[in-house]
Design a binder for this molecule. Sequence first.
Ligand code: SF4
Length: 373
Amino acid sequence: MRPKPRSILEMNPASKINQIRRRLLRWYDKNRRALPWRDTQDPYAIWVIETMLQQTQVKTALPYYLRFLTAFPTISSLDRAPLNRVLALWSGLGYYRRAQNLKKAARKIMREHKGKLPQDYHALLTLPGVGPYTAGAVMSIAFNQPFPALDGNTRRVLARSFNTNREKDLQEIDKRLVSPSRPGDFNQALMELGATICHFRDPTCPACPLASTCIAKSSGIFPSQIGPARGRKVKNIEWPLALIQNNGKILLHRRDQNGLLEGLWEIPGGERKARETVKATLARHLKGLGQRARPVFEIGEIRHSITYRRIRASLFFFPGYRISHLPNPDWRWVAISSLRRYPLSSLSLKAIKLYRPRALKRRDRYNLIVNSS
Ligand code: SF4
């Protein structure tokens, strides 16, 4: 009879687990980046930043976190705020469903948990937008409970250190590793190691506190599949945009409440269909405005990515476009000075930047720089 294969835990004795935990925490104490959410124990602030950090890097999320917490310092203020305002502050960060879920969860917390984030893993999982990673991060960082928090960075470190790609193994090993006395620091240490040392392409093993026990380092085999989650095949899209101006205002359109970038305001335009001319695409997206307009010239081109879509957007200028009356409330003339009050899609922020580099306040321009792709 063939012997039963040993589990990942049997292959890694408690002494090795303890050693890894100790080394990682020691490294973190010396090397951790000073980030504002590391100075707070406020569960709400930790929940907000952990939500932002899903799909977003620290340097991008940082200004958004500061602005969000200033505008909505408590769960009750987030609950009371209009969704448009929440989305406006999220504008440029992408994955807007996260902001909508935060808002929905704030309402549920006010109604069912007396305005406080529940200190219970399973209750956290019932909140919109909260999955095992966020629940584990909040439980460990805010409530000091030994719950693991597996994200892309931690998966990569553990997969390399323990030479496994199996999700079950990674979960078991992370659960076993998490420090009972400093669970929040331990989870952040693992994330920090993945973000700053154990890079996807080029890990800096000589600087790694886990180098002496890491199987990938000793074998020299760094499985290529341990990286960012592989998603759908990239789709290249053309997305002409119409910058329509009259009397110092530009025309914005609000997207449907269902589908991609739901409810955000944008410069009108959209995906070009196969065998459709750019002119026909623009005419289709401006249908309903009554008057046929002709673009005067092309201002330039923007490159942008939304999930698996790689967008090439040409921006066409339509000056002095007279429309006696807009067909419905989803169209609006907006003064350039008021743009920042609107939740604009990142693509539209880039278009406005291209048209009027100084039209946005410095902080918005900063967001464009860090988000440009
Ligand atoms: S030794 Fe290298 S591969 Fe192993 S965890 Fe550290 S950085 Fe990653």
